[in-house]
Design a protein around this ligand. Structure first.
Ligand code: GTP
Ligand code: MG
Ligand code: ZN
Length: 296
């Protein structure tokens, strides 16, 4: 039997959908031995499959993964697109920095999207551009509006030829952005409730193919934004603009908090590190320490 290579784009307990390079979607079952061997396919996995002659097929083998995420369960991801909105819900930099830490820890490339630019007044826009510029020195950033279509072409450039995971709190417009780029996806979109929080409209992970080469996973967001599992000494690694400055700290194990002669604190004072990023670092550090103490 001829073995072909495809990508798993959807997964139920014992069946998957495999997409071929030509874009054909083939429902496949899994070899029974997978369970015995502890092989659990993820959405995003590349696999070898054979056809059954009736439009379906069997997955014979899962090819080695480049990487994988646990929440949501996705394999071979190139980048995480962290989506925020300026308003409804209000931009929350602590939440953004928390996502950044979690994605940095997963070792994925990061793109930061600021959505709903249409809701900003001229004045607010000027202020916000400073924040966006600040993040732009660290990561690829795009300021967009799913409603007006502003800069959507930039977002498309970012997604082209890659497997991306969309992350971000409920209601920021992840599904709306994907629909705006590719109306054929017809993802469900919902109203933000009166308290400004979203309602978690999207509840499953599927690999969606874009009109040009590229896949996205529209996720309900990381299930948890907990950072408790990160050792507190390691946290600073995920604030990459600290690296160079921390070399000038007097103490090798400086946490950039109350220590004397701290290169990071100096850089914050001199405006070389965004103050909000530094303050969020301290907040997360405290969260981790509290979490660790609670466990004991
Ligand atoms: N004004 C404005 N509203 C937007 C924009 N993008 C999305 N919305 C609205 O925001 C609400 C939430 O959008 P969704 O796309 O469902 O948000 P989501 O991030 O997918 O939310 P979950 O699936 O719950 O995680 C909807 O009412 C959208 O119409 C935008 O650019 N501007
Ligand atoms: Mg959604
Ligand atoms: Zn320091």
């Amino acid at each position: 039997m001829v073995r072909e290579v495809g990508r798993i784009v959807n997964q139920h307990s014992n069946a998957v959908v495999v997409q071929t390079q030509r874009g054909e979607k083939i429902p496949c079952r899994l070899r029974g031995r997978f369970k015995l061997q502890g092989i659990f396919p993820y959405v995003g996995d590349m696999c070898e499959f054979t056809r059954d002659g009736f439009g379906g097929g069997v997955v014979e083998n899962i090819l080695p993964r480049q990487n994988f995420l646990m929440r949501p369960k996705v394999a071979n991801v190139d980048q995480a697109v962290i989506v925020t909105s300026f308003k409804k819900p209000q931009l929350d930099l602590l939440t953004l920095d928390t996502y950044i830490v979690l994605v940095e820890e997963a070792g994925l490339d990061i793109v930061v999207v600021f959505n709903k630019s249409d809701l900003l007044t001229q004045e607010e826009r000027k202020r916000m551009e400073k924040t966006v510029d600040g993040y732009n020195t660290l990561y690829r950033t795009v300021m967009v509006s799913a409603l007006t279509g502003e800069n959507l072409w930039r977002l498309e450039e970012v997604l082209k030829d890659k497997v991306s995971v969309f992350a971000g709190v409920s209601g920021v417009g992840k599904s709306s952005l994907l629909n705006a780029i590719s109306p054929a996806l017809e993802l469900k979109v919902n109203e933000v409730s009166k308290d400004g929080r979203g309602k978690h409209t999207t509840t499953t992970s599927t690999l969606l193919s874009l009109p040009y080469d590229g896949f996205v996973v529209d996720t309900p967001g990381f299930v948890s934004l907990s950072v408790d599992h990160i050792p507190f000494k390691r946290l600073q690694r995920y604030f990459k603009e600290f690296h160079d400055h921390s070399k000038k700290c007097f103490f090798d194990d400086c946490l950039h908090r109350n220590e004397m002669r701290c290169g990071v604190k100096k850089a914050v004072k001199e405006g070389k590190i965004m103050r909000s990023r530094y303050e969020n670092y301290l907040k997360l550090l405290e969260r981790i320490e509290r979490g660790t103490r609670n466990e004991r």
